[in-house]
Design a protein around this ligand. Structure first.
Ligand code: NAD
Length: 487
């Protein structure tokens, strides 16, 4: 099995240590690839290459039209290879093929969206006194370090890469150690597209070594991170030493509020989709079902019945609806949370067990009779585990929904339009839905309130996250100010 390399300064390179990491298929536990395990020294080399490409070789001064053409080329080639990329994503991450196919198509759209945005008008002009013409231009921020998690390996990478490159930044990107394969394959396309050396660099390796170097290195101007809240805090502390610009997309424990007047079938259907899509390994998962107590006896049996019917299996099988968790370590963490839930006195309604001999599968799991102080209610489990909380009235529902350190997402299901909007207004979360769950689009900003993060990705917000703002003041009446008198 050939070792797959990093891509630094326009070249495919092995780790300076010669070390290699085995990549596992979480559905079969088989080794499917070997990849270079980068070192801090490799990280420094990649950062220096990106620094030179930006500050000496002029990537930031290239025409937007040129950058747009390169991104469009990448989009076109990725689109041609959607099926191969989707298969690879499923092999490496485990998610069902229908989800991988959607993800890769989404990544194609992200490249196209930012190729388009690169050439659109920007800046502002101000009407100010004193014969000054004032305006603002946006300029690329410089060298961007980007750190990506394993739950959406390609989409999370591209939603950082595409806006950074469109804005004129140079990039060093690091996938999660478990899921580098689709990003390595994307770099074959990037290599073919003809980016100048050092503009886009792929760094492989552990978070604590190469990831930490990206957050710490003074030559990195911006750090963009998606991952766990604990890691995000470490990165923020480390980035503070050089006051880097920072974007953090972190965890969540998002409420899905269902009122008794909701369309029943729709609400049950989305309650399942909200938590069990991608095996619950979704930062914005609807992991807390906040259910009006009058609906409990009708809603919960139907929910449990439908959860038990979900087809769990290898994501490559077209009949599979839910795949394995990402790793043995993560599966054990989720199983531990299920044990904690039982110990805390919550009632296990379904699931709770590991499935099959091989692979990291857990059955769709639902707990009821919870209280807000339980760890399974407060902490992000990041697996197929739903907790049910019940409420009496609207005020009670909002209170429960906002009772969290997180504020990433949230939804409300009701047939009362005014009530829906009242609830959404009060929800302290960055991504919200009425009578649906999960649909979000590359055009709109993605990110959280509270400890779910800082800043926004995607849309114009995600583009501005890679730009500096410069004001320019032009004197229209060129003569001395006379502030200090000529003596
Ligand atoms: P993680 O924080 O363990 O790892 C994420 C990335 O950070 C990986 O690439 C890892 O190598 C790197 N990393 C780890 N320690 C580091 C360090 N000390 N310095 C620098 N980099 C380091 O998270 P994970 O387990 O891979 O992903 C799951 C988490 O990501 C969940 O909490 C989930 O909610 C969150 N997430 C958030 C969003 C969002 O948009 N808000 C999206 C996806 C996932």
């Amino acid at each position: 099995m050939d070792v797959q390399y990093m891509y630094i300064n326009g070249e495919w390179v092995a780790s300076s240590s010669g070390n290699v990491r085995e990549i596992i298929n979480p559905a079969t536990e088989e080794v499917i690839a070997k990849v270079a395990e980068g070192t801090v020294e490799d990280a420094k080399t990649a950062i220096q290459a990106a620094h030179k490409a930006f500050y000496e070789d002029g990537w930031g001064e290239t025409y937007a039209r040129y950058r747009a053409e390169l991104l469009a080329k990448v989009a076109d080639q990725l689109e041609k290879e959607i099926d191969a990329f989707a298969r690879l994503e499923t092999l490496n991450n485990g998610k069902p093929l229908r989800e991988s196919s959607y993800d890769i198509a989404d990544a194609v759209n992200q490249f196209r969206y930012y190729a388009g945005l690169a050439t659109k008008p920007s800046g502002q002009v101000y009407d100010v006194p004193d014969d000054i013409q004032a305006y603002v231009v946006r300029e690329p921020l410089g060298v961007a370090g980007q750190i990506v998690p394993w739950n959406y390996p390609l989409v999370m990478a591209v939603q950082k890469l595409a806006p950074a490159l469109a804005a004129g930044c140079t990039v060093v990107i690091k996938p999660a150690e478990q899921t580098p394969l689709s990003l390595i394959k994307l770099f074959e396309i990037i290599d073919e597209a003809g980016f100048p050396p050092g503009v886009v660099n792929l760094l492989l390796g552990a978070g604590e070594t190469v990831g930490a170097e990206l957050a710490r290195n003074p030559l990195v101007d911006k750090i963009a991170f998606t991952g766990g809240t604990v890691t995000g805090k470490k990165i923020m502390k480390s980035a503070a030493d050089t006051l880097k610009n920072i974007s953090l997309e972190l965890g969540g424990k998002s409420p899905n509020i269902v009122f008794e007047d909701a369309d029943f079938e729709t609400a049950v259907d989305y309650a399942l989709y909200a938590i069990f899509a991608n095996q619950g390994q979704v930062c914005s998962a609807g992991s807390r079902l906040i259910l009006q107590e009058t609906l409990y006896d009708r809603f919960v049996p139907e929910l449990v019945k439908r959860a038990n019917e979900i087809v769990v299996g290898n994501g490559l099988d077209p009949t599979t609806e839910m795949g394995p968790l990402i790793s043995k370590e993560h599966m054990e963490k989720v199983i531990n949370y299920i044990a904690i839930g039982k110990e805390e006195g919550a009632e296990l309604l379904c699931g709770g067990d590991r499935l099959f001999e091989k692979g990291f599968f857990i059955a769709p799991t639902i707990f009821s009779h919870t209280n807000p102080d339980m760890r399974i209610v407060k902490e992000e489990i990041f697996g197929p585990v739903l907790v049910i909380q019940t409420f009496k009235d609207e005020e009670d529902a909002i209170k429960l929904a906002n009772d969290s350190q997180y504020g990433l997402a949230g939804a409300v299901f009701t047939s009362d339009g005014a009530k829906a909007q009242r609830v959404i207004r009060k929800l302290r979360a960055g991504i919200t839905w009425i009578n649906t769950y999960h649909p979000t689009f590359n055009e709109a900003p993605w990110g959280g309130y509270k400890q779910s993060g800082i800043g926004r990705e995607l849309g114009t917000f995600g583009f501005e996250a890679y730009q500096e703002v410069k004001q320019v003041n032009i004197n229209l009446n060129v003569q001395p100010s006379g502030w200090f008198k000529r003596k």
